[in-house]
Design a protein around this ligand. Structure first.
Ligand SMILES: [Zn+2]
Length: 331
């Protein structure tokens, strides 16, 4: 009989505490000890910040670790719990999914205590951390093979009151894009489970392939703006500068806005994120390697849109996503 998941210190202890979230061992691996930071300054909002849900998205863990450095001084009230890497196995392997069980942690919530290691991580978070807070910031990136503007992404859901609160806080991050993403496969996502528990859930995304200093500064500024909006720290929220622009926009995207490769080949991007495109404008070119450029296939915008995400130049399979288009929406 293995031990139950537990935290190695009392989360209700006032002030700064550090320790571990212990995910019990199972048939597939030994117990995991995930570093946890807690800063408890009494009455006020309660917030959980997580990074490393997907192991090849490292902006989140880095920004979460920066927060641990300056929050003890800056936090004015309430409770903040930070787990910089909730899936350390995937981070070590630099993979989206957990290498031991091949599963996507962000499709397994609320998890299972007797499941594989990814399911046990989800179970430990769902049982021990989620009930302690009313808001979650889950820090993602779009992954190394995409260009994607710094964004807060929310999936539409039915609870109007919670949706309103979520969109208001999303906009308060003042990132270049606040994206309402209609998504067909949200079962088991951390946000879907958190919404079912009545929590406000903020998912930040940031693509670009390389984890660079400028990207990290924008990301950290967005999270700082979110902390100001919650009243956890003091300060003036400002739009970070992204590609010479200091503003934000609200967009929506639907499954039909995903452009897919018509065949296997090398994808050549022909536009950049946040470009405005008209129907018929060139988004990219698919180069089939069994023929010369004359037979390459143009991928064009089906409608007037804004380019929200575009694949880096890469070899892609047939029917693989190469671009996400979006349209302005009043939020
Ligand atoms: Zn992710």
């Amino acid at each position: 009989m293995s031990e139950a998941p537990h935290i190695t210190f009392d989360l209700d202890r006032p002030g700064v505490s550090t320790g571990h979230l212990v995910v019990p061992k199972g048939a597939d691996c030994e117990a995991l000890s995930l570093p946890v930071f807690s800063c408890n300054k009494g009455e006020g909002p309660s917030l959980l910040i997580t990074g490393g849900n997907h192991g090849n998205e490292l902006e989140g863990p880095i920004v979460a670790r920066r927060l641990v450095e300056w929050l003890p001084e800056a936090q004015r009230c309430g409770r903040i719990i930070i787990v910089p890497e909730i899936n350390p196995l995937a981070v070590q392997a630099w993979t989206r999914n957990t290498p031991i069980d091949g599963k996507n942690l962000n499709r397994l919530f609320p998890g299972r205590s007797d499941g594989s290691v990814s399911e046990r991580i989800a179970d430990a978070i769902s049982r021990l951390l989620l009930p302690m807070v009313d808001t979650i910031f889950d820090l993602h990136s779009f992954g190394p093979t995409w260009d994607f503007p710094p964004s807060v992404i929310t999936h539409p859901f039915a609870d109007v009151d919670l949706m309103t609160k979520t969109l208001r806080l999303s906009a308060a991050f003042k990132l270049p894009v606040t994206l309402l993403w209609e998504h067909n496969e949200t079962a088991g996502m951390f946000d879907t489970w958190a919404h079912s528990q009545g929590k406000v859930f903020i998912c930040t995304e940031f693509g670009g392939g390389l984890v660079g200093a400028e990207a990290l500064a924008i990301y950290e500024a967005g999270v700082r703006n979110g902390l100001i909006a919650l009243g956890l720290i003091e300060g003036k929220a400002e739009y970070p500068v992204f590609r010479q622009q200091k503003s934000g926009q609200s967009l929506e995207t639907h499954p039909s806005d995903q452009l897919k490769s018509p065949a296997p080949g090398i994808f050549e991007p022909r536009c950049s994120v946040l470009d405005e495109v008209k129907q018929g404008d060139l988004i990219g070119i698919l180069h089939r390697m069994d023929s010369l450029p004359a037979d390459s296939i143009d991928i064009r915008a089906p409608t007037t849109s804004i380019v929200c995400g575009i694949r880096s130049g890469a070899y892609v399979q047939g029917n693989e996503e190469v671009a996400f288009l979006a349209r302005p929406v009043p939020l």
